[in-house]
Ligand binder design. Structure first.
Ligand code: ZN
Length: 500
Protein backbone atom coordinates (compact mmCIF):
# COMPACT_ATOMS: atom_id res chain seq x y z
CA UNK A 1 0.00 0.00 0.00
CA UNK A 2 1.09 3.54 -0.85
CA UNK A 3 0.81 5.01 2.59
CA UNK A 4 1.56 1.94 4.65
CA UNK A 5 3.92 3.84 6.95
CA UNK A 6 1.33 6.46 7.79
CA UNK A 7 -1.25 3.76 8.39
CA UNK A 8 1.08 1.82 10.71
CA UNK A 9 1.86 4.99 12.61
CA UNK A 10 -1.76 5.95 13.16
CA UNK A 11 -2.90 2.41 14.03
CA UNK A 12 -0.05 2.13 16.54
CA UNK A 13 -1.07 5.35 18.24
CA UNK A 14 -4.71 4.30 18.31
CA UNK A 15 -3.62 1.11 20.04
CA UNK A 16 -1.94 3.24 22.70
CA UNK A 17 -5.10 5.31 23.02
CA UNK A 18 -7.18 2.19 23.41
CA UNK A 19 -4.86 0.98 26.18
CA UNK A 20 -5.50 4.20 28.12
CA UNK A 21 -9.23 3.83 27.59
CA UNK A 22 -9.09 0.25 28.77
CA UNK A 23 -7.27 1.20 31.95
CA UNK A 24 -9.65 4.11 32.62
CA UNK A 25 -12.66 1.85 32.12
CA UNK A 26 -11.36 -0.70 34.60
CA UNK A 27 -10.85 2.06 37.18
CA UNK A 28 -14.33 3.40 36.50
CA UNK A 29 -15.82 -0.08 36.86
CA UNK A 30 -13.99 -0.55 40.14
CA UNK A 31 -15.18 2.82 41.48
CA UNK A 32 -18.79 1.94 40.67
CA UNK A 33 -18.81 -1.63 41.91
CA UNK A 34 -16.45 -2.07 44.82
CA UNK A 35 -13.75 0.53 45.48
CA UNK A 36 -13.97 2.30 48.85
CA UNK A 37 -15.57 5.75 48.65
CA UNK A 38 -12.37 7.58 49.56
CA UNK A 39 -10.47 5.68 46.88
CA UNK A 40 -11.66 8.30 44.42
CA UNK A 41 -8.97 10.70 45.74
CA UNK A 42 -6.16 8.88 43.98
CA UNK A 43 -8.28 7.26 41.28
CA UNK A 44 -9.40 10.65 39.95
CA UNK A 45 -5.76 11.72 39.52
CA UNK A 46 -4.98 8.57 37.57
CA UNK A 47 -8.07 9.02 35.42
CA UNK A 48 -6.99 12.62 34.79
CA UNK A 49 -3.54 11.38 33.75
CA UNK A 50 -4.94 8.90 31.23
CA UNK A 51 -7.29 11.46 29.77
CA UNK A 52 -4.38 13.92 29.42
CA UNK A 53 -2.27 11.28 27.64
CA UNK A 54 -5.14 10.52 25.26
CA UNK A 55 -5.55 14.21 24.56
CA UNK A 56 -1.81 14.48 23.79
CA UNK A 57 -2.01 11.68 21.24
CA UNK A 58 -5.02 13.12 19.45
CA UNK A 59 -3.58 16.63 19.24
CA UNK A 60 -0.04 15.52 18.41
CA UNK A 61 1.31 17.09 15.20
CA UNK A 62 2.98 13.97 13.83
CA UNK A 63 -0.16 11.96 14.44
CA UNK A 64 -2.37 14.51 12.71
CA UNK A 65 0.04 14.80 9.77
CA UNK A 66 -0.15 11.07 9.16
CA UNK A 67 -3.89 10.99 9.69
CA UNK A 68 -4.43 13.83 7.21
CA UNK A 69 -2.31 12.02 4.63
CA UNK A 70 -4.55 8.97 4.99
CA UNK A 71 -7.69 11.09 4.82
CA UNK A 72 -6.45 12.58 1.53
CA UNK A 73 -6.04 9.05 0.19
CA UNK A 74 -9.11 7.39 1.68
CA UNK A 75 -9.75 5.30 -1.41
CA UNK A 76 -6.55 3.38 -0.86
CA UNK A 77 -7.86 2.10 2.49
CA UNK A 78 -10.16 -0.84 3.10
CA UNK A 79 -13.66 -0.27 4.50
CA UNK A 80 -12.65 -0.73 8.14
CA UNK A 81 -9.58 1.53 8.08
CA UNK A 82 -11.45 4.13 6.07
CA UNK A 83 -14.19 4.34 8.71
CA UNK A 84 -11.62 4.39 11.55
CA UNK A 85 -9.89 7.43 10.03
CA UNK A 86 -13.17 9.27 9.47
CA UNK A 87 -14.34 8.62 13.03
CA UNK A 88 -11.07 9.63 14.66
CA UNK A 89 -10.95 12.82 12.59
CA UNK A 90 -14.43 13.73 13.83
CA UNK A 91 -13.28 13.32 17.44
CA UNK A 92 -10.18 15.41 16.85
CA UNK A 93 -12.14 18.18 15.13
CA UNK A 94 -14.48 18.37 18.10
CA UNK A 95 -11.62 18.50 20.58
CA UNK A 96 -9.85 21.22 18.61
CA UNK A 97 -12.92 23.43 18.45
CA UNK A 98 -13.08 23.87 22.21
CA UNK A 99 -10.29 26.01 23.77
CA UNK A 100 -8.40 23.75 26.17
CA UNK A 101 -8.59 26.21 29.08
CA UNK A 102 -12.33 26.42 28.78
CA UNK A 103 -12.72 22.68 28.58
CA UNK A 104 -10.64 22.28 31.75
CA UNK A 105 -12.76 24.83 33.59
CA UNK A 106 -15.89 23.04 32.44
CA UNK A 107 -14.56 19.64 33.64
CA UNK A 108 -13.94 21.16 37.06
CA UNK A 109 -17.42 22.68 37.09
CA UNK A 110 -18.98 19.32 36.29
CA UNK A 111 -17.07 17.47 38.98
CA UNK A 112 -18.18 20.06 41.54
CA UNK A 113 -21.76 20.25 40.29
CA UNK A 114 -22.58 16.59 40.82
CA UNK A 115 -22.20 16.44 44.61
CA UNK A 116 -23.99 19.82 44.84
CA UNK A 117 -26.87 18.43 42.82
CA UNK A 118 -27.02 15.33 45.07
CA UNK A 119 -27.12 17.58 48.11
CA UNK A 120 -29.80 19.84 46.59
CA UNK A 121 -31.88 16.81 45.77
CA UNK A 122 -31.54 15.44 49.26
CA UNK A 123 -32.44 18.78 50.85
CA UNK A 124 -35.13 19.46 48.26
CA UNK A 125 -33.56 22.85 47.56
CA UNK A 126 -33.28 23.77 43.90
CA UNK A 127 -31.61 27.11 44.74
CA UNK A 128 -28.43 25.25 45.82
CA UNK A 129 -28.03 23.74 42.38
CA UNK A 130 -29.23 26.76 40.37
CA UNK A 131 -25.93 28.73 40.15
CA UNK A 132 -24.12 25.61 38.86
CA UNK A 133 -26.86 24.80 36.41
CA UNK A 134 -26.76 28.33 35.05
CA UNK A 135 -23.01 28.01 34.40
CA UNK A 136 -23.38 24.59 32.79
CA UNK A 137 -26.06 25.88 30.44
CA UNK A 138 -23.92 28.90 29.54
CA UNK A 139 -21.05 26.55 28.68
CA UNK A 140 -23.35 24.32 26.61
CA UNK A 141 -24.59 27.35 24.66
CA UNK A 142 -21.00 28.34 23.97
CA UNK A 143 -20.08 24.75 23.14
CA UNK A 144 -22.82 24.66 20.50
CA UNK A 145 -21.35 27.79 18.92
CA UNK A 146 -17.80 26.38 18.98
CA UNK A 147 -18.93 23.08 17.54
CA UNK A 148 -21.19 24.67 14.94
CA UNK A 149 -24.59 23.69 13.61
CA UNK A 150 -26.76 24.26 10.58
CA UNK A 151 -30.16 25.11 11.99
CA UNK A 152 -30.48 24.92 15.75
CA UNK A 153 -27.85 25.20 18.50
CA UNK A 154 -29.32 22.13 20.22
CA UNK A 155 -28.45 20.11 17.07
CA UNK A 156 -24.78 20.46 18.02
CA UNK A 157 -25.47 18.83 21.40
CA UNK A 158 -27.67 16.07 19.99
CA UNK A 159 -24.93 15.16 17.54
CA UNK A 160 -22.66 14.06 20.40
CA UNK A 161 -24.97 11.15 21.19
CA UNK A 162 -26.97 10.65 18.01
CA UNK A 163 -24.91 11.70 15.00
CA UNK A 164 -27.00 13.61 12.49
CA UNK A 165 -30.05 13.96 14.76
CA UNK A 166 -31.74 17.37 14.63
CA UNK A 167 -34.39 19.43 16.39
CA UNK A 168 -36.32 19.40 13.15
CA UNK A 169 -36.80 15.62 13.16
CA UNK A 170 -37.21 15.35 16.92
CA UNK A 171 -39.97 17.96 16.90
CA UNK A 172 -41.89 15.78 14.44
CA UNK A 173 -41.12 12.62 16.43
CA UNK A 174 -42.31 13.99 19.77
CA UNK A 175 -45.31 15.79 18.27
CA UNK A 176 -46.57 12.48 16.94
CA UNK A 177 -45.98 10.80 20.29
CA UNK A 178 -47.76 13.58 22.13
CA UNK A 179 -50.72 13.60 19.78
CA UNK A 180 -51.27 9.86 19.87
CA UNK A 181 -50.15 8.79 23.32
CA UNK A 182 -51.51 11.54 25.60
CA UNK A 183 -55.18 10.64 24.81
CA UNK A 184 -54.69 6.93 25.57
CA UNK A 185 -52.80 7.73 28.78
CA UNK A 186 -55.64 9.98 29.92
CA UNK A 187 -58.15 7.20 29.14
CA UNK A 188 -56.12 4.69 31.12
CA UNK A 189 -56.00 7.17 34.00
CA UNK A 190 -59.78 6.87 34.18
CA UNK A 191 -59.47 3.06 34.49
CA UNK A 192 -56.70 3.18 37.06
CA UNK A 193 -57.68 0.07 38.96
CA UNK A 194 -58.43 -2.06 35.94
CA UNK A 195 -55.03 -3.73 36.40
CA UNK A 196 -53.58 -4.41 39.82
CA UNK A 197 -49.88 -4.69 40.49
CA UNK A 198 -50.13 -5.48 44.17
CA UNK A 199 -48.27 -8.79 43.62
CA UNK A 200 -45.29 -6.78 42.41
CA UNK A 201 -45.13 -4.37 45.33
CA UNK A 202 -44.40 -6.98 47.98
CA UNK A 203 -41.20 -8.47 49.36
CA UNK A 204 -39.17 -10.80 47.15
CA UNK A 205 -36.21 -12.54 48.76
CA UNK A 206 -33.02 -10.76 47.63
CA UNK A 207 -30.90 -13.92 47.29
CA UNK A 208 -33.54 -15.45 45.06
CA UNK A 209 -33.71 -12.24 43.02
CA UNK A 210 -29.96 -12.52 42.45
CA UNK A 211 -30.23 -16.14 41.33
CA UNK A 212 -33.07 -15.30 39.00
CA UNK A 213 -31.19 -12.36 37.47
CA UNK A 214 -28.26 -14.62 36.59
CA UNK A 215 -30.67 -17.17 35.16
CA UNK A 216 -32.45 -14.50 33.08
CA UNK A 217 -29.20 -13.10 31.67
CA UNK A 218 -28.06 -16.60 30.66
CA UNK A 219 -31.49 -17.38 29.25
CA UNK A 220 -31.26 -14.38 26.91
CA UNK A 221 -27.85 -15.61 25.79
CA UNK A 222 -25.35 -13.61 27.87
CA UNK A 223 -22.02 -15.44 27.95
CA UNK A 224 -20.64 -15.43 31.51
CA UNK A 225 -17.22 -16.57 30.25
CA UNK A 226 -17.02 -13.22 28.52
CA UNK A 227 -18.93 -11.13 31.02
CA UNK A 228 -19.94 -10.29 34.58
CA UNK A 229 -23.06 -9.26 36.44
CA UNK A 230 -22.52 -7.24 39.62
CA UNK A 231 -24.37 -4.68 41.71
CA UNK A 232 -24.21 -0.88 41.65
CA UNK A 233 -26.36 2.05 42.76
CA UNK A 234 -27.22 2.88 39.14
CA UNK A 235 -27.32 -0.09 36.77
CA UNK A 236 -25.08 0.19 33.72
CA UNK A 237 -23.21 -1.88 31.15
CA UNK A 238 -19.63 -1.57 30.03
CA UNK A 239 -18.20 -3.29 27.00
CA UNK A 240 -14.43 -3.24 27.41
CA UNK A 241 -14.42 -5.41 24.30
CA UNK A 242 -16.45 -8.39 23.11
CA UNK A 243 -14.50 -10.74 25.40
CA UNK A 244 -15.07 -8.68 28.53
CA UNK A 245 -18.53 -7.19 28.89
CA UNK A 246 -19.63 -6.13 32.35
CA UNK A 247 -23.01 -5.10 33.65
CA UNK A 248 -24.74 -4.29 36.92
CA UNK A 249 -28.19 -4.29 38.39
CA UNK A 250 -29.58 -3.38 41.82
CA UNK A 251 -31.72 -5.34 44.23
CA UNK A 252 -34.54 -3.90 46.32
CA UNK A 253 -36.56 -6.22 48.49
CA UNK A 254 -39.97 -4.69 47.71
CA UNK A 255 -39.31 -3.94 44.07
CA UNK A 256 -38.43 -7.11 42.21
CA UNK A 257 -39.21 -5.44 38.86
CA UNK A 258 -36.30 -3.08 39.33
CA UNK A 259 -33.69 -5.87 39.46
CA UNK A 260 -35.36 -8.21 37.00
CA UNK A 261 -36.14 -5.74 34.24
CA UNK A 262 -32.94 -3.87 34.99
CA UNK A 263 -31.08 -7.10 34.28
CA UNK A 264 -33.02 -7.73 31.06
CA UNK A 265 -32.26 -4.15 29.98
CA UNK A 266 -28.53 -4.33 30.69
CA UNK A 267 -28.33 -7.79 29.11
CA UNK A 268 -29.73 -6.23 25.94
CA UNK A 269 -26.85 -3.73 25.95
CA UNK A 270 -24.34 -6.45 26.78
CA UNK A 271 -25.44 -8.95 24.12
CA UNK A 272 -24.80 -6.16 21.64
CA UNK A 273 -21.23 -5.74 22.90
CA UNK A 274 -20.60 -9.50 23.03
CA UNK A 275 -21.76 -9.90 19.42
CA UNK A 276 -19.47 -7.33 17.78
CA UNK A 277 -17.89 -8.64 14.58
CA UNK A 278 -14.62 -10.51 14.96
CA UNK A 279 -12.83 -8.38 12.33
CA UNK A 280 -13.45 -5.08 14.16
CA UNK A 281 -13.43 -6.01 17.84
CA UNK A 282 -9.92 -4.69 18.51
CA UNK A 283 -10.45 -1.40 16.68
CA UNK A 284 -12.22 1.78 17.77
CA UNK A 285 -15.21 0.54 15.76
CA UNK A 286 -15.56 -2.52 17.98
CA UNK A 287 -18.32 -1.22 20.21
CA UNK A 288 -22.01 -0.38 20.04
CA UNK A 289 -23.24 2.33 17.69
CA UNK A 290 -25.03 5.54 18.73
CA UNK A 291 -27.00 5.82 21.97
CA UNK A 292 -30.26 5.43 20.06
CA UNK A 293 -29.13 2.12 18.54
CA UNK A 294 -27.65 0.84 21.81
CA UNK A 295 -30.78 1.71 23.71
CA UNK A 296 -32.91 -0.05 21.07
CA UNK A 297 -31.25 -3.32 22.03
CA UNK A 298 -31.75 -2.89 25.77
CA UNK A 299 -35.37 -1.84 25.37
CA UNK A 300 -36.12 -4.58 22.90
CA UNK A 301 -35.11 -7.18 25.50
CA UNK A 302 -36.56 -5.33 28.48
CA UNK A 303 -39.96 -4.47 27.01
CA UNK A 304 -40.78 -6.07 23.68
CA UNK A 305 -39.40 -9.43 24.77
CA UNK A 306 -39.36 -9.22 28.57
CA UNK A 307 -42.87 -7.86 29.10
CA UNK A 308 -44.55 -10.15 26.58
CA UNK A 309 -46.76 -13.06 27.56
CA UNK A 310 -44.90 -15.42 25.20
CA UNK A 311 -41.55 -14.77 26.88
CA UNK A 312 -42.89 -15.76 30.28
CA UNK A 313 -44.79 -18.86 29.14
CA UNK A 314 -41.87 -21.30 29.47
CA UNK A 315 -40.15 -19.65 32.44
CA UNK A 316 -42.98 -18.41 34.64
CA UNK A 317 -43.06 -21.75 36.55
CA UNK A 318 -39.42 -21.15 37.40
CA UNK A 319 -40.23 -17.69 38.74
CA UNK A 320 -43.08 -19.15 40.81
CA UNK A 321 -40.71 -21.77 42.16
CA UNK A 322 -38.23 -19.06 43.21
CA UNK A 323 -40.91 -16.98 44.95
CA UNK A 324 -43.64 -19.44 46.02
CA UNK A 325 -44.92 -17.23 48.87
CA UNK A 326 -45.89 -14.49 46.44
CA UNK A 327 -46.58 -16.19 43.14
CA UNK A 328 -47.79 -19.75 43.70
CA UNK A 329 -51.44 -18.71 43.38
CA UNK A 330 -50.92 -16.06 40.71
CA UNK A 331 -51.66 -17.11 37.13
CA UNK A 332 -49.32 -16.33 34.26
CA UNK A 333 -51.93 -13.96 32.78
CA UNK A 334 -52.35 -12.11 36.05
CA UNK A 335 -48.57 -11.75 36.41
CA UNK A 336 -48.27 -10.54 32.82
CA UNK A 337 -50.91 -7.86 33.40
CA UNK A 338 -49.22 -6.74 36.62
CA UNK A 339 -45.82 -6.20 34.94
CA UNK A 340 -47.57 -4.08 32.31
CA UNK A 341 -49.60 -1.80 34.57
CA UNK A 342 -49.67 1.81 33.41
CA UNK A 343 -49.57 4.50 36.03
CA UNK A 344 -48.39 8.04 35.42
CA UNK A 345 -45.65 8.58 37.96
CA UNK A 346 -43.22 11.29 38.99
CA UNK A 347 -39.94 9.50 38.46
CA UNK A 348 -38.66 8.74 34.98
CA UNK A 349 -36.61 5.67 35.85
CA UNK A 350 -39.64 4.06 37.47
CA UNK A 351 -42.04 4.93 34.65
CA UNK A 352 -43.94 2.23 32.77
CA UNK A 353 -43.36 1.54 29.10
CA UNK A 354 -46.26 3.72 27.90
CA UNK A 355 -45.69 6.90 29.90
CA UNK A 356 -41.89 6.72 29.71
CA UNK A 357 -41.50 8.60 26.44
CA UNK A 358 -43.52 11.53 27.76
CA UNK A 359 -40.99 11.94 30.57
CA UNK A 360 -38.38 12.19 27.83
CA UNK A 361 -40.46 14.61 25.78
CA UNK A 362 -40.70 16.93 28.78
CA UNK A 363 -36.91 16.94 29.17
CA UNK A 364 -36.35 17.41 25.44
CA UNK A 365 -38.60 20.46 25.28
CA UNK A 366 -37.02 22.01 28.34
CA UNK A 367 -33.43 21.41 27.20
CA UNK A 368 -34.13 22.81 23.78
CA UNK A 369 -35.69 25.97 25.21
CA UNK A 370 -32.89 26.41 27.76
CA UNK A 371 -30.25 26.24 25.03
CA UNK A 372 -32.28 28.65 22.89
CA UNK A 373 -32.45 30.98 25.90
CA UNK A 374 -36.24 30.91 25.71
CA UNK A 375 -36.62 29.85 29.32
CA UNK A 376 -34.51 30.81 32.31
CA UNK A 377 -32.98 28.19 34.63
CA UNK A 378 -34.53 29.92 37.66
CA UNK A 379 -38.02 29.25 36.28
CA UNK A 380 -37.39 25.52 35.87
CA UNK A 381 -39.26 24.17 38.92
CA UNK A 382 -42.42 26.01 37.86
CA UNK A 383 -42.16 25.00 34.21
CA UNK A 384 -41.40 21.40 35.12
CA UNK A 385 -44.48 21.08 37.31
CA UNK A 386 -46.79 22.75 34.81
CA UNK A 387 -45.75 20.39 32.04
CA UNK A 388 -45.93 17.27 34.22
CA UNK A 389 -49.53 18.23 34.90
CA UNK A 390 -50.24 18.81 31.22
CA UNK A 391 -48.66 15.61 29.85
CA UNK A 392 -49.08 13.12 32.68
CA UNK A 393 -51.84 14.62 34.77
CA UNK A 394 -49.79 14.76 37.98
CA UNK A 395 -47.91 17.48 39.86
CA UNK A 396 -44.70 16.75 41.80
CA UNK A 397 -45.11 17.57 45.50
CA UNK A 398 -41.47 18.76 45.66
CA UNK A 399 -38.47 19.48 43.43
CA UNK A 400 -36.58 16.36 44.52
CA UNK A 401 -39.22 14.28 42.79
CA UNK A 402 -39.49 16.85 40.02
CA UNK A 403 -36.84 18.92 38.32
CA UNK A 404 -34.02 17.62 40.55
CA UNK A 405 -34.56 13.90 39.94
CA UNK A 406 -31.98 13.18 37.21
CA UNK A 407 -28.21 13.54 37.42
CA UNK A 408 -27.88 14.28 33.66
CA UNK A 409 -27.85 18.09 33.78
CA UNK A 410 -25.38 18.15 36.65
CA UNK A 411 -23.16 15.89 34.55
CA UNK A 412 -23.48 18.24 31.56
CA UNK A 413 -25.39 15.65 29.53
CA UNK A 414 -27.58 18.00 27.50
CA UNK A 415 -28.83 16.29 24.35
CA UNK A 416 -28.65 12.80 25.84
CA UNK A 417 -32.27 12.23 26.93
CA UNK A 418 -33.84 12.00 23.45
CA UNK A 419 -31.77 8.85 22.78
CA UNK A 420 -33.85 6.97 25.33
CA UNK A 421 -37.07 7.61 23.42
CA UNK A 422 -35.40 7.08 20.05
CA UNK A 423 -34.09 3.76 21.35
CA UNK A 424 -37.59 2.61 22.24
CA UNK A 425 -38.87 3.68 18.82
CA UNK A 426 -35.99 1.93 17.03
CA UNK A 427 -36.67 -1.21 19.08
CA UNK A 428 -40.28 -1.38 17.83
CA UNK A 429 -39.18 -0.86 14.25
CA UNK A 430 -36.51 -3.57 14.51
CA UNK A 431 -38.95 -5.98 16.17
CA UNK A 432 -41.51 -5.34 13.44
CA UNK A 433 -39.04 -6.44 10.75
CA UNK A 434 -37.77 -9.35 12.83
CA UNK A 435 -41.33 -10.62 13.18
CA UNK A 436 -41.69 -10.60 9.38
CA UNK A 437 -38.63 -12.78 9.09
CA UNK A 438 -38.82 -14.99 12.18
CA UNK A 439 -41.73 -16.49 14.06
CA UNK A 440 -40.72 -14.56 17.17
CA UNK A 441 -43.75 -15.49 19.28
CA UNK A 442 -43.21 -19.22 18.74
CA UNK A 443 -39.48 -18.90 19.43
CA UNK A 444 -40.28 -17.14 22.71
CA UNK A 445 -42.91 -19.72 23.67
CA UNK A 446 -40.39 -22.49 23.01
CA UNK A 447 -37.63 -20.70 24.90
CA UNK A 448 -35.43 -20.40 21.81
CA UNK A 449 -33.86 -17.05 22.65
CA UNK A 450 -30.67 -18.02 20.86
CA UNK A 451 -32.36 -17.50 17.48
CA UNK A 452 -33.29 -13.92 18.42
CA UNK A 453 -29.78 -13.18 19.61
CA UNK A 454 -28.34 -14.56 16.37
CA UNK A 455 -30.75 -12.50 14.27
CA UNK A 456 -29.81 -9.28 16.07
CA UNK A 457 -26.14 -10.23 15.92
CA UNK A 458 -26.32 -10.68 12.17
CA UNK A 459 -28.43 -7.58 11.42
CA UNK A 460 -27.16 -5.07 13.99
CA UNK A 461 -24.54 -6.14 16.52
CA UNK A 462 -21.77 -7.36 14.24
CA UNK A 463 -21.43 -3.95 12.56
CA UNK A 464 -20.42 -2.08 15.72
CA UNK A 465 -19.58 1.45 14.58
CA UNK A 466 -18.67 0.40 11.06
CA UNK A 467 -21.94 1.88 9.78
CA UNK A 468 -23.79 5.08 10.73
CA UNK A 469 -26.94 4.82 12.87
CA UNK A 470 -29.27 5.43 9.92
CA UNK A 471 -27.44 2.82 7.86
CA UNK A 472 -27.88 0.30 10.68
CA UNK A 473 -31.62 1.00 10.68
CA UNK A 474 -31.76 0.65 6.92
CA UNK A 475 -29.85 -2.63 6.98
CA UNK A 476 -32.00 -4.07 9.75
CA UNK A 477 -35.42 -2.68 8.77
CA UNK A 478 -35.20 -1.43 5.18
CA UNK A 479 -35.91 2.17 6.17
CA UNK A 480 -34.59 5.05 8.26
CA UNK A 481 -36.06 5.57 11.77
CA UNK A 482 -39.84 5.83 11.65
CA UNK A 483 -41.81 6.41 14.86
CA UNK A 484 -44.96 4.83 13.39
CA UNK A 485 -44.00 1.34 14.58
CA UNK A 486 -43.50 2.50 18.14
CA UNK A 487 -46.78 4.37 18.38
CA UNK A 488 -48.68 1.50 16.69
CA UNK A 489 -47.14 -1.04 19.05
CA UNK A 490 -47.96 0.96 22.19
CA UNK A 491 -51.53 1.75 21.15
CA UNK A 492 -52.26 -1.85 20.11
CA UNK A 493 -50.75 -3.35 23.25
CA UNK A 494 -52.30 -1.01 25.80
CA UNK A 495 -55.75 -0.76 24.18
CA UNK A 496 -55.84 -4.54 24.37
CA UNK A 497 -54.61 -4.75 27.97
CA UNK A 498 -56.94 -2.01 29.18
CA UNK A 499 -59.81 -2.96 26.85
CA UNK A 500 -60.26 0.52 25.45
ZN1 ZN B 1 -29.86 1.60 28.70
Amino acid sequence: MKHQEALDYVINKLEELSNYNYASSIIYWDLETGAPKEGIRRASTVLGFYSGESHKILTDQEFNKNLDLLLENLDSLDEINKKIMIEIKKDIDNIKKIPLEEYKKYSELISKAQPIWADAREKNDFSLFLPYLEKIIKYKQKYAEYKGYKEHPYDALLDDYEPGMTVKSLDIFFASLKKQLVPIILKINEKKDFISDKIIKVDYDIEKQKEFSVFAAKYLGFDFDRGLLKESAHPFSMGLNKYDVRMTTRYTIDDMQSSLFGTLHETGHSLYEQNIGEEIWETILGTGNSMGIHESQSRLYENLVGRSLEFWEPIYPKLQEAFPDVLSNVSLEEYHRAINKVEPSLIRVEADELTYSLHIMLRYEIEKELIEGKIKPCDLPKIWNERMKKYLGITPPNDSDGVLQDVHWAAGLFGYFPSYALGSANASQIMNTMKNKLDVDTLLKEGKLEAIKEYLGENIHKYGKLKDPNEIMEISTGETPNSKYYVDYLIEKYSRLYEI
